[in-house]
Write a protein that binds this ligand. Structure first.
Ligand SMILES: Nc1ncnc2c1ncn2[C@@H]1O[C@H](COP(=O)(O)OP(=O)(O)OP(=O)(O)O)[C@@H](O)[C@H]1O
Ligand SMILES: [Mg+2]
Length: 283
């Protein structure tokens, strides 16, 4: 595979920490993939994203071993500014990410930094606001937005830059199920229709399984499993062993299959499970 992102033997320890936050991580991500990263608290998910966008080691000190390459170039040798031309990031805390007074200024800020001409800037701002469903917030003060609105603004600001890769760290933590679904539909569109590689850290496993092509499960700084979602469902012990819950649909499907009642592929969504069960009862 021609890797867009190639991580080899990556270990990272924060200053003064007893344990490494990342421990000998190897991971290759190809152009056009939609990768979900999950795992228990403290597994190293956020730290891994920070190594990809260059915040580590450029802005966060610590002990690094190994390498991260983006399009073949060592990110440790490349400035964050250069990396930001291709790698968009939505951080864990939207409060910390939003810098401008209004939503429109927030989106314009990154585009100005890239010297995008005004006409194109306008077009990109309008597009990003529409994609994230926040056109009505355009002239609002960022200080008055809810947590969920801030998350959408942070995503809009990142996609306005039309990155090749979009890294998102728990972008739906402040959103309800409907808002979460909307964000994932936007990510899927960016991935499928615009070819943007998406790497998203998310704790809502059911949502991840429905949308991503590949699930990277982290635990204690390591990659614990790296499989397509259906294969993860087929081995629920993989999740059990590190204290993660298999989504109810997956658990039910697994039981039915063990009982010989469900053939074919394991369903990833309620809709797929319904079709499988309807077939079972002749519905
Ligand atoms: N700035 C920091 N200084 C010191 N230790 C840190 C720092 N940030 C994270 N850590 C530690 O590094 C390890 C990995 O943290 P990280 O935030 O990457 O995990 P995570 O998987 O993103 O967790 P969460 O699900 O809670 O967001 C944890 O043990 C954490 O306590
Ligand atoms: Mg985190």
């Amino acid at each position: 595979m021609n890797s867009l992102i190639k991580i080899e033997g990556l270990s990272f320890t924060y200053p003064g920490a007893q344990k490494a936050a990342l421990s000998r991580v190897d991971l290759a991500i190809g152009q056009g993939e939609f990768v979900g990263i999950t795992g228990p608290a403290g597994a190293g998910k956020s730290t891994l994203l920070l190594c990809i966008n260059g915040i580590i080691p450029h802005f966060q000190e610590g002990e690094v071993v190994g390498s991260v390459r983006f399009q073949g170039v060592d990110t440790f040798e490349t400035s964050c500014r250069d990396l930001a031309r291709s790698i968009g990031s939505v951080f864990e805390d939207p409060e910390a990410q939003i810098v401008a007074m209004t939503v429109e200024e927030e989106l314009a800020f990154g585009l100005e930094n890239l010297n995008i001409p005004p006409a194109e800037m306008e077009e990109r701002i309008a597009w990003a606001l529409k994609m994230t469903g926040i056109e009505s917030l355009r002239y609002r003060s960022t200080a008055q937005l809810s947590g969920g609105q801030k998350q959408r603004v942070a995503i809009a600001a990142a996609i306005a830059l039309r990155p090749r890769v979009l890294l998102l760290d728990e972008p739906t933590s402040e959103l309800d199920p409907v808002g979460t679904d909307e964000v994932f539909k936007v990510l899927r569109h960016l991935n499928r229709d615009l070819g943007i590689t998406v790497v998203v850290v998310e704790q809502k496993l059911d949502v991840l399984m429905e949308h991503v092509n590949r699930l990277v499960i982290m635990d204690q700084g390591r990659v614990w499993a790296d499989l397509p979602p259906r294969q993860v469902l087929a081995q629920p012990e993989l999740l059990d062993e590190i204290g993660l819950c298999v989504p109810p649909v997956g658990r039910l499907a697994h039981r039915l299959r063990q009982a010989g009642l469900l053939g074919g592929e394991l369903p990833l969504t309620v809709e797929e499970a319904f079709r499988g069960l309807a077939g079972l009862v002749g519905g």
